[in-house]
Write a protein that binds this ligand. Structure first.
Ligand code: XMP
Length: 496
């Protein structure tokens, strides 16, 4: 019944995830027995196979913190200066709660006047430098300020000095929540060893995060801090960028290129492995076995697969190169498995079923852009789409003219191109709420898919596929229509 993957993917067709379907197998364990723990790269273990893409509308420090808190990992984009990128790494590593915050800092001799009147600012933190990088001297709450007659007074004269408001950087959500409750506080200040202020977390934010499915330990490195990756390019200047990222504590590096099988990337892989032997380096993107073989020979610790399959990509249209993502993932994974190199299936994920397909076809993780864009943790502010009647956030390809104008051009243009041609578009995606809810629910759906296939882990899925026990078929376009919702005049599509 059906075809083994080896036969299906060797007939000269390029299949996307939607083109293929698995035939169900035999269930002899409950959904919760499915274990999706995996590896991002040779030395980076994850408890869920989930990676956020290095795009400037997807992964900055909040997204990377949330990914680590969930047991996945975020890769910080490089469309910023090296020091800004390094600061984002430091921010992820400086605390252990995936909470959004934007405290206001002031120096002791400042007079805040407008701050409390024009904004909804609950408190102001006073530090020597007026920034978060020095010790806390005190704070002033909105209620204290509003009761003051003399608004020209210096903050040092009226601030509260209460060292008990501080908690160490490695406090988790439960510990912070306990303190807020026990001491009846509205916020706590998180500080580093040595006392520099890291952040301030409000009770409101703690309550928001507590409302999502319970978090586990997350992806924690040997330094006890959350793990985080970062993207770099292959120019000479990227070596200096890399040095800053390493100093900031980056755990894994992704060489960000749409066509990774190049002399530039191979030299960069060798440079990274020679200079920082402890640091995992992920190469790509690739879609063929021979591309993969070259990067494996050069020493990569992981491979990123996909060319033109992303939701914002126009590479296949513009450059006439690429591959259907199901075929690419299967082919590259078959080759990489022989050397024990984990594969990231990058792009083209719209549903949980696509994740099941990517993982069963051989990937160790899936990388997502559009699936995570538009979430609370994605960079950027929400706009309101009058036509669609919903909140939206910007999502843009890193090869769009708009992103390349900011510096991401080397991913698409290589070293010498002078005229910029877009390989991506700028768009918007609907508000998805927090990834702290989206990801656990989606993982549950993925586990159900694995259960239907009789696979209790990624390894067992890969074994079933390679032993030809798992069978697939190609779906005709009518079968694809039948496989989606059809025949209704209207419906609401809500998964959880
Ligand atoms: P999804 O489908 O998750 O895809 O939105 C995200 C992936 O798409 C790639 N990417 C691009 N590809 N032009 C391209 O051809 C672009 O402008 C572009 N921007 C991102 C990238 O691999 C990302 O992870």
């Amino acid at each position: 019944d059906g075809f083994p993957a080896e036969k299906l993917f060797n007939q000269g067709y390029s299949y996307t995830y939607d083109d293929v379907i698995f035939l169900p197998h035999y269930i002899d364990f409950p959904t919760d027995a499915v274990n999706l723990s995996t590896k991002l790269s040779r030395n980076v273990p994850l408890s869920i196979p989930w990676v956020s893409s290095p795009m400037d509308t997807v992964t900055e420090s909040y997204m990377a913190s949330a990914m680590a808190a969930l047991g996945g990992i975020g890769i910080i984009h490089s469309n910023v200066t090296p020091s800004e990128q390094a600061d984002m790494i430091r921010s992820v590593k400086s605390r252990r709660v995936p909470i959004l915050s934007s405290p206001v800092f002031k120096a002791p001799d400042s007079r805040i006047v407008d701050e409390f009147d024009s904004n909804d600012v609950p408190f102001v933190l006073v530090t020597q430098s007026g920034t978060q990088k020095t010790k806390l001297l005190g704070y002033i709450a909105r209620s204290d300020w509003l009761g003051l007659k003399d608004k020209e007074i210096k903050l040092e004269e009226i601030m509260r000095t209460d060292a008990n408001v501080c908690v160490p950087w490695d406090y988790d959500l439960g510990q912070i929540d306990d303190k807020l409750k026990k001491e009846g506080r509205d916020f706590v200040v998180v500080e580093k060893e040595g006392g520099e202020v890291v952040d301030a977390l409000t009770k409101e934010e703690v309550d928001r995060v507590k409302g999502y499915p319970k978090l586990g330990k997350g992806t924690v490195g040997s330094d006890g801090r959350w793990m985080v990756g970062a993207a770099i390019g292959t120019r000479e200047s990227d070596k200096e960028r890399l040095e800053q990222l390493v100093k900031a504590g980056v755990d894994v590096i992704v060489l960000d290129s749409s066509q990774g099988n190049s002399v530039y990337q191979i030299e960069m892989i060798k440079y990274v492995k020679r200079t920082y032997p402890e640091l995992d380096v992920i190469g790509g993107n690739v879609v063929t076995m021979s591309q993969a073989q070259n990067l494996i020979k050069a020493g990569v610790d992981g491979l990123r697969v996909g060319m033109g399959s992303g939701s914002i990509c126009t590479t296949q249209e513009v450059c006439a190169v690429g591959r259907g993502q199901a075929t690419a993932v299967y082919k590259v994974s078959s080759m990489a498995a022989q050397s024990g190199i984990p594969v990231i299936a990058d792009g083209g994920i719209s549903f949980s079923g696509h994740i099941v397909k990517a993982l069963v076809l051989g990937a160790s993780t899936v990388m997502m852009g559009s699936f995570l864009a538009g979430s609370t943790e994605a960079p950027g502010a929400y706009d309101y789409d009058e036509k669609k009647k919903c909140r939206v956030k910007k999502y843009r390809g890193m090869g769009s003219l708009e992103a390349m104008a900011k510096g991401s051009d080397q991913r698409y243009l290589g070293d010498t191109a002078k005229l910029k041609i877009a390989q991506g578009v700028v768009g918007a995606v609907a508000d998805k709420g927090s990834v702290l809810k989206l990801v656990p629910y989606t993982m549950q759906a993925v586990k159900q898919g694995f259960q239907d296939l009789g696979a209790s882990s990624l390894q067992s899925a890969h074994d079933l596929l390679r032993s030809k026990t798992l069978r697939l078929e190609v779906r005709t376009s009518a079968a694809q229509v039948e496989g989606g919702v059809h025949g209704l005049t209207s419906h609401e599509k809500k998964a959880f």
